[in-house]
Write a protein that binds this ligand. Structure first.
Ligand code: ZN
Ligand code: ZN
Length: 380
């Protein structure tokens, strides 16, 4: 079957840094032999999309279509797609993209791809810097955000971003498995692997932090502490397994570390930052017991400087690890998360609120104001 060319559709386009997401007609030039065409049904909105919209991330050019938590149906499959089980009509979730060529990709360790930024936030095909989408006037539009730019009704997608979803009825709340939920859960399940004797403290319980919390609760860690500044988020954390919640605004200067020590006795074994805020990252080590591990999940702003006392490494044997994309292999880990959900251990459906694509701006402002953990737009 010939692959479609010059296909008209529509997408939320950001014209220049800081512009609104505006629904505009676009044309998809072609689907290449190593790509698939996806009819988007749902797209999760992530804080990274807001960062991308502002233009502060390096290597991002405009106009562009963002969105990197997609769920939809395959409408065309290129002849050179390696996974021969992918078929027209398959329900799929869309995750991050990789270069496929670097040392880590060759070792089947996709979350550490050396080309993570260009291949994901760069939003173009790595092979030749091209992009399949253009405006009707011919202006090309970057549409390969994380290999798929899910804020588009139809999208040309890199094969490596595709994960099959055998549960079509769950597409709406499985869409965020591709980024936010995978990032949080993967940090705990793939990278840190705490056991039942461990104490875990999580800073920032938005979608990533709550997913990390659900994963730690699944592992039945000894103490699970959620820290945030929004009481409603802390109430949600309690509902999903936090043994203690701390509103850092109520703690005063240096108070969070003291409060964590009070709860844990000697400090936490694991402290996870899901805020990406430098002052919070600098607090992590002070919350840890000797030999504890500090981890960052959120991406701090470019050129950020984090100050850490060398004594924490030399005398207390604390360590720091950065985890990108939950240290996960999407085609292996996302099916695992789907199974955990079906067993009742990962109730992500309770975190999502679905909005019509017509209400995208409302969804975005609800996310900004913390009224919703994970907004998902429906391409109705
Ligand atoms: Zn790579
Ligand atoms: Zn994301």
């Amino acid at each position: 079957m010939a692959l479609p060319t010059n296909m008209a559709t529509e997408a939320l386009v950001v014209g220049k840094p800081g512009d609104k997401f505006e629904m505009r007609p676009i044309i998809l030039d072609e689907v290449r032999p190593d790509e698939v065409l996806v009819d988007m049904k749902y797209s999760g909105i992530c804080h990274t999309d807001i960062l991308l919209q502002t233009g502060i991330l390096p290597g991002v050019e405009f106009p562009a279509i963002f969105g990197h938590e997609g769920a939809g149906i395959i409408r065309a499959v290129g002849s050179n797609v390696k996974d021969k089980s992918l078929k027209v009509g398959d329900h799929v979730l869309l995750s991050f993209n990789v270069c496929g060529k670097c040392k880590q990709c060759v070792a089947d360790n996709p979350s550490c791809c050396h080309n993570h930024s260009p291949v994901n936030t760069g939003s173009v095909r790595l092979s030749d810097g091209s992009t399949p989408a253009r405006l009707p006037d011919g202006t090309s539009v970057r549409s390969q955000c994380f290999g798929h730019s899910s804020f588009s009704r139809m999208s040309v997608v890199a094969e490596r971003s595709v994960v099959k979803c055998p549960y079509p009825e769950s597409l709406a709340y499985f869409a965020p498995l591709g980024c936010g939920f995978q990032t949080g859960a993967g940090t705990v399940l793939n990278a840190l692997k705490p056991d039942k004797t461990n104490t875990v403290v999580i800073f920032g319980v938005g979608s990533v932090g709550i997913a990390a919390l659900m994963a730690a609760a699944y592992l039945q860690v000894k103490q699970l502490i959620a820290v945030d500044v929004v009481d409603s988020k802390l109430a949600t954390a309690k509902e999903f397994g936090a043994t203690h919640v701390v509103n850092s605004r109520d703690c005063g200067a240096d108070g969070v570390q003291a409060r964590i020590r009070e709860i844990t006795g000697e400090g936490a074994d694991f402290a996870i930052d899901c805020t990406g805020l430098i002052p919070v990252i600098e607090l992590l080590f002070g919350c840890l017991a000797p030999c504890g591990t500090a981890t960052t999940v959120g991406v701090p702003p470019p050129n950020a400087v984090v100050r850490i006392e060398p004594q924490t490494f030399l005398l207390e044997n604390k360590r720091y690890i950065g985890v990108l994309e939950g240290g996960s292999h999407p085609q292996k880990f996302i099916p695992h998360l789907m199974e955990l959900h079906r067993q009742g251990h990962f109730p992500v459906d309770k975190l999502c609120k679905v909005y019509s694509v017509k209400d995208f701006e409302t969804a975005l402002s609800d996310l900004r104001q913390g009224k919703v953990v994970k907004p998902v737009i429906h391409w109705d």
